[in-house]
Ligand binder design. Structure first.
Ligand code: AMP
Length: 363
């Protein structure tokens, strides 16, 4: 049997593109499903141009591929279930359903994986907010459809509660206690259905709820870093994980609290392309193919900076002045405000001296 596979990727954005690049240099062929014929993956793979929930297009992809995977979690799980052949989607659709709905996700994390999350309750209408104790702060999040801080309301006062009531009456929500964290961190873990491999702990700095800078290793104690990695492994094992998963967490002075999971390679893991001996995309492809997974080593401390639409010129100037920085541009034609256009990874022991493109420009 040939070891060369045809891999179908649902979604042709930058994550799909970088997955495809990993797959291609391992000798595989990639076909992407994306509604845009000029999506980032179109530079490196064939594209079936159709909406993600087009069952005929999903079936076409399934018919011409050995293995299917996805680059983002808002894939139509029912549509996929209707077309996939046995074992063709090693990640399965359960993980999709868990990460599409914060209520399922919290339940999975706290009750099945038994990792610590912020105290929370399910909110189905403003009635569920009537008796909350305003001596504490909270975040109300819609159960579905939220991303990068959308569909969220921080509650610190009675006025906030009024807005939160409106949100609670518009959609099912989760109310979380606000965590006074020191750092936001994340851990990438990959599985092949049997074994897992885990990446170093990443420290994440957001601006306007969008990842701006990732510092690796995260500036936390070895004890907390070990705990964060152990939590990621525990979640992966509970899922019999295939492919790459990102676990986003809060680090407090003496604990780690899990915020959410993303069942795919993640923006905070892009540094691994140059800074680790295998990238999160390599291990994703190996994982969904059920291949043995390597242990991951970090070559040197690294910093990743995101390049949003408004930063493209600054980033181009930056790499001219710093030629040892690794520039990645995703090939998106239009540099819209806040659109992720690319990233830069550089090796540095002094992460504070690596200035984000957004700092002082638009924030
Ligand atoms: P999320 O969509 O859950 O990733 O939340 C977006 C951002 O809101 C996170 O990166 C945090 O900065 C912040 N956030 C979310 N949940 C909490 C929480 N329970 N306590 C404090 N900050 C939070």
């Amino acid at each position: 049997m040939s070891s060369t596979k045809t891999i179908g990727i649902i979604g042709g954005g930058q994550l799909g593109q970088m997955m495809a690049i990993s797959a291609i240099y391992m000798g595989h062929k990639v076909i992407t499903l994306d509604p845009a014929s000029d999506c980032p993956s179109s530079r490196v793979s064939e594209v079936i141009v159709a909406p993600y929930d087009d069952v005929d297009a999903l079936r076409q992809l399934s018919d011409c591929c050995d293995v299917l995977t996805y680059e983002f979690e808002n894939v139509d799980a029912d549509g996929l279930d209707a077309v996939i052949k046995d074992g063709q989607l090693p990640q399965g659709t359960d993980l999709l359903r868990i990460s599409q709905n914060r209520i399922f996700e919290k339940d999975f994390l706290s009750n099945k994986a038994q990792v610590r999350v912020a105290p929370y309750k399910v909110v189905t209408s403003s009635l569920d907010l009537e008796d909350i104790d305003l001596s504490k702060n909270y975040v109300l999040k819609t159960a579905t459809g939220g991303y990068d801080g959308h569909g969220q309301k921080v509650i610190t006062s009675a006025e906030d509660l009024e807005e939160a009531n409106a949100l609670a009456n518009s959609a099912e929500c989760v109310l979380e206690e606000f965590v006074n964290f020191d750092l936001e961190i994340s851990v990438i873990v990959s599985g092949n259905g049997k074994d897992v491999t885990v990446f170093p702990v990443q420290e994440n700095i957001h601006r306007n709820n969008i990842l701006s800078k990732t510092i690796v290793p995260a500036r936390i104690s070895d004890r907390l870093a070990d705990r964060a990695k152990a939590i990621a492994v525990k979640i992966a094992e509970q899922l019999n994980l295939s492919g790459t998963l990102c676990v986003e967490m809060f680090a407090t002075a003496d604990d780690i609290i899990v915020n959410e999971i993303a069942p795919r390679p993640h923006n905070s893991g892009h540094y691994s392309i140059e800074a680790c001996d295998f990238s999160q995309f390599d291990t994703h492809i190996l994982g969904v193919l059920g291949a043995p997974l390597p242990a991951i080593n970090l070559h040197e401390p690294a910093v990743m900076l995101n390049i949003l639409g408004q930063h493209v010129e600054a980033a181009e100037r930056y790499v001219t002045e710093n030629p040892s920085a690794h520039l990645h541009m995703y090939g998106k034609l239009e540099a819209k405000h806040n659109r992720k256009m690319g990233h830069v990874t550089l090796f540095s022991n002094e992460p504070d001296n690596v200035v984000e493109f957004g700092k002082g420009i638009d924030f």
